[in-house]
Design a protein around this ligand. Sequence first.
Ligand SMILES: CC(C)(COP(=O)(O)OP(=O)(O)OC[C@H]1O[C@@H](n2cnc3c(N)ncnc32)[C@H](O)[C@@H]1OP(=O)(O)O)[C@@H](O)C(=O)NCCC(=O)NCCS
Length: 167
Amino acid sequence: MITLRPATLNDLELVEYWETKQHVIDCDPDDDWNWEEELRRNPAWREQLVAELDGEPIGFLQIIDPFLEETHYWGDVEPSKRAIDIWLGEENNLNKGYGTRIMELAIERCFQDPAVDGILIDPLKSNVKAHRFYKRLGFEFIEERIFEETVCFVFELRRKTVKAFLR
Ligand SMILES: CC(C)(COP(=O)(O)OP(=O)(O)OC[C@H]1O[C@@H](n2cnc3c(N)ncnc32)[C@H](O)[C@@H]1OP(=O)(O)O)[C@@H](O)C(=O)NCCC(=O)NCCS
């Protein structure tokens, strides 16, 4: 069974190790997550979560409110959104359906807040495997956009799409 729990400073070694993995580097080559500092704080606009498979950590998930996020990474964005980052730590856990289940839990978590009407994702333009993954979950392509000098595709999952999925 896959579950989500808050990431803490006890996860520092783990997330730093996952960050050395090639498939993780490939999806986020330029970002510095500043783990030691960030795992110590819990700003209201962010959740950093560890995904566990039968109690064993397998992946990392971050959910932010892009309107309130401090650096305004997303620029002008409505207050009714969430934005997600996700990766699995070990390459031998890829392609087993775990990511899909983690995203289902994340999507449910985001839309539990009735004020949220869409979830944003910004994979690299080159991460075509991730594009397929998100489209299968119902995310729709919005635009190509440059974030901090990196070319990305923005996708959004709208609440009404999820409802249609469930019908
Ligand atoms: C994206 C990711 C979370 C999906 O989880 P997963 O458990 O591998 O995915 P599932 O088994 O549920 O679904 C398989 C799909 O995941 C995607 N996927 C698989 N390996 C991937 C990889 N190395 N990078 C990106 N996407 C990948 C593909 O779309 C695949 O479907 P396909 O058969 O059409 O190729 C996981 O592959 C991962 O951590 N990838 C590397 C980091 C990354 O790209 N994160 C997204 C950044 S926006």
